[in-house]
Design a protein around this ligand. Sequence first.
Ligand code: ADP
Length: 421
Amino acid sequence: MAHGAHGSVLVVNSGSSSIKYQLVDPVGGGAIASGLVERIGESEGLVKHTYAGNTTTRTDAVPDHGAGLRAVLALFDEVGPDLAEAHVVAVGHRVVQGGSVFGSPVIVDDDVVAQIDALAPLAPLHTPPNLTGIQVARELLPDVPHVVVFDTAFFRTLPEAAATYAIDRAVAKAHDVRRYGFHGTSHQYVSGKVARVLGRKLEDLNQIVLHLGNGASASAVRGGVAVETSMGMTPLEGLVMGTRSGDVDPAVLIHLQRNAGMSVDDIDDLLNRRSGLKGLAGENDFRELHKLVEAGDEDAILALDVYVHRLRKYIGAYHAVLGRVDVIVFTAGVGENDDIVRARALEGLEAMGIAVDLERNAGRKKEPTIISPDWASTLVMVVPTNEELAIARQAVATVEAAGYEGTSDESDPAPAAAGHA
Ligand code: ADP
């Protein structure tokens, strides 16, 4: 296996009761090993570690994140790969909220930790577990540089007109209320990948990127620079999602508080966990939703209609933002796998030079694929996202720029030939 030759990156994504990790070969792009720790703090934990095609599972209690990461390192020791041999050049941490402070990845030190901590009020559910993961990883792996990659960083370039909410400026400023955008690592990776696959310069391409997973967001990217995105101060704004509402009239919240006796926490729960496809149809997985639609379930039919309608509104809006659109690209669980959503999102737009070829579109896409017909002036593509690889490559670039020993090879291998699949 080639990973020993040029080093690897351990990518860590630490949530409130879970840790997901992947040991990534940043040059070849593959995952050398991967796994997750779940049910941290519960009486029975779950640790799953996959290496060389075998998954090892442990169900001992994992009292806290430190114990979780120690269990992971023990599994690396026991079943491999040997982390010393894998030559870990950096640990890359995903952090959700970088606020107005962080526009690029940074090497962790105590100051950086304090700055991230100060941003916690903007992402109170995500930031504390992100930081806990960073701190325990620094203690357990003290000899490698730790790099933080922010979900918001790609959107630090949003023009003020796109980032500003039209509310009292003093209130907004006092409480850091502005649009930050999320899923940035994915939007950046996918838009860059499009250019490489097409053999075009990123600077020459205007793209609309549709990251449709359980969470979903759209972005407008002009020449590699993000100029608009659908998520706002939090990942709740914008598209209809699995369990999140996306856009609603803010006065709905006032109404529910005044007239339905709902507390702030009730409304938080409503909009984040009891809305979106789940709220409309009782089901947030598209595979199940389509079955309900086929069976004639009216709630499911409406849910799909609302989802597609919102998506089309954003595509139209981003057309106006960009003026000219060269590529529309679908990614993440729904975008990569759901040909029905892709076809419906772009139906009837032939007059705009946009269409989906139903044969090219059919089925799940594991590789970058063009799904528009040859005559269309806008290319429509599916490009699988890979946030772990993107974090690994950014971590390597960051430690190399800081003068650490990094990987010596090209970190961006030639893409597979473009073509109509
Ligand atoms: P997350 O936001 O949790 O990272 P993913 O990007 O993994 O989400 O997307 C998960 C969603 O992708 C599922 O909820 C489901 O709706 C959708 N999905 C996954 N596989 C398929 C499939 N084969 N067909 C249609 N939709 C799929």
